[in-house]
Design a protein around this ligand. Sequence first.
Ligand code: FAD
Length: 472
Amino acid sequence: TPAIYWIRKDLRLTDNRALLAACEDERPVIPVFIREDDSAGALGRAQAWWLERSLARLSETYEQRGARLILKSGDPADVIFALIEETGAQSVFWNRRYTPDGIETDTALKKKLKDADLQVESFAGHILHEPSKFKTKSGGPYKVYTPFWKAFSAEASVPDPLDAPEKLKAAKKMPESEKLSDWGLYPGKPDWAADFDALWEPGETGARDRLERFIDEIAEHYASSRDRPDIEATSMLSPHLALGEISPATIWHRINRAKNLSSENRKKFLQELVWRDFCHHLLFHAPALATKNWNDRFDGFEWADDDKALAAWRKGETGYPIVDAGMRQLWREGTMHNRVRMIAASFLIKDLMIDWRSGEEWFRDTLVDADPASNPANWQWVAGSGADASPFFRIFNPVLQGEKFDPKGDYVRRYVPELDAMPAKHIHAPFDAPKEVLEEAGVTLGKTYPKPLVDHKAARKRALAAFEKVKG
Ligand code: FAD
């Protein structure tokens, strides 16, 4: 009898334990992706764009190997029991997910399947180690990254990635699939296609190519350049990881095997990759990570209720070029350089004093790598409300950050064309530039480029005063 393999954020055939278990001993397999109607399956618009393409590729890959991807909508338990009834399948496999909603759905379904005397098994693979694996000496979760990394590296064993099954067997009675085009996952608005298509190749092949290119051309200056948004210096693997088109174990072992990497670059990269595990560790132990301050002292923080400022931040019209470049990169390309994410997030939270949850929500909707663990964990990290947080009083100065990490202003020019002719010396603070410089560059503040929304120095003072009240 056939087995059902329930696909979630694991849109790959390589290193996929659930798929391998399903097709063991040439058992016919029914790979099914379910468009869940509740929050467990909810995705932002940018990731919906990605998912649509990734599912199309995955469907082709299954066809090539002799199986067929089945698409269904609805409550997973209803869908799976209907498939069992229709096909006579006796077993169900999936790879684990770690969001609170996901865990709840999966646990309930597992019980239901077991109660019905069906075989059900789940597997690890979305992160390097299970989120509950590492415990502090006192038995609790890690709240600080460095000791987590130490515990992680002491473990040393990341399971070897497994090959994709060469051939798959379709079930004799294959169920009907819904049509991807009928789903309208990404309705075509906003019109992202041009810029997204030029930059991204969703799917397993795209993920593997990205990794190889990173190793061949970029990784050898990773440690020294990863903070520079003007240089191509990071892997851009995050959206592929977010939807599981490549497993972190595949990346881990491939990076360890790459001969051209210095130990410094290798270690730095692996440390970043393990941040992803750390974020999942935090989410696992604090399921309300996206909605609740980890540190409840922040519950009394007096956030500003300023829709106009929030809208300007989203559009990249704050008058601070590095922030605006980041926010426009996000809108155009569905991503933003990590350093600039920190600067833009700090600006929203501290200069505008807008609740970090508004920023988290916007990122969730517009990032192709939006991740239910990494996004809130990093937002709380910047806010200072998180477990391992940068302290609230560490407030990025957007001008100095720009000058340090985008020294020639190339990153700003790429995304804020109205500042194209500004000289490097003034590009990060056009509001302080002499009149002649602005004139020569064709910049009229308030007309061709916005005046700053706030004065950073004053805003900083305001934020620190608000922080004093909750500091305790
Ligand atoms: P690389 O530098 O090549 O790093 C390799 C991999 O390590 C990344 O693909 C990613 O999986 C992981 N990684 C690196 N840094 C982090 C980090 N700080 N936290 C967790 N994992 C990390 N990352 C997401 O994947 N999804 C998000 O929704 C997300 N939201 C963020 C929100 C804010 C406010 C901030 C400051 C950071 C956020 N990050 C998020 C982390 C980081 O910015 C991205 O992972 C990184 O920019 C992706 O680019 P890359 O793949 O080229 O990274």
